[in-house]
Design a protein around this ligand. Sequence first.
Ligand SMILES: [Zn+2]
Length: 265
Amino acid sequence: MWYLYVLQCNDASFYTGITNDVPRRLAEHQAGRGARYTRIRLPVRLLAAWRYPDRSAATQAEAAFKKLRRAAKQSRVESRRPFLGAPFAFEVLDDPQPQRFCMRCGGPLEIHIRDAEPLWVCTLCGWRHYRNAKPCAGALILRDGCVLLIRRDREPYTGFWDIPGGFLRADELPQDGAIREAREETGLDVQIVALLGFYLDSYVYQGEHSPTLNIYFVTTATGEPVVGDEADAFRWFPLDALPEQIAFAHAPQVLADLRTWLEGQ
Ligand SMILES: [Zn+2]
């Protein structure tokens, strides 16, 4: 097995390489013997790895990864989805899986690879722990060509601008969740105008990554917003003058799509 691996250096830059022994390679980097690039950017942290059948496939994947823009790299790393047909190598990370024990019987889990996706199976009772994305809904609140964003006051992405939204409740439709989250986070009662689309991402909670399926609605509202839960400020941004720091890897694409949608109206 060969691995494409991605390190984060101490200046937040990414370093990409291939190896057939991730722990040994990581130790070489940490000791300053891995690469000139990482030697002056220690410590490094292993962010991601994908598992390929041979060196040639890993080399091809490395070339493809290096061509990605930074935001795309970040998104690949965070989503932990397969890259060029290869499964994410959860087993080489420090936090290899969202749960280590069966939620039904407490038995230890082991990873099976099924359709190039990892599947955790209980070694005692055989229960399969499918790792589905958690659904989230967000409200793009428009007024006079501007979108309302809130500034997060908590992790993750503290201080970044964010689209009002959040996790759906178990018995909640996406449109209802978007309306509820908008009310909680901005004080506004929004009216849904259109469904914009669906976006994959991941949410890091206490060091563990949960895949998310994010559903966005274009909405309008009357009245004035207030600073609500999870934020310390709000602001109306023109769609051609958005802030630099926007929370969550998928959100810039959402706002770009919103702009395209608005131009088509
Ligand atoms: Zn079990």
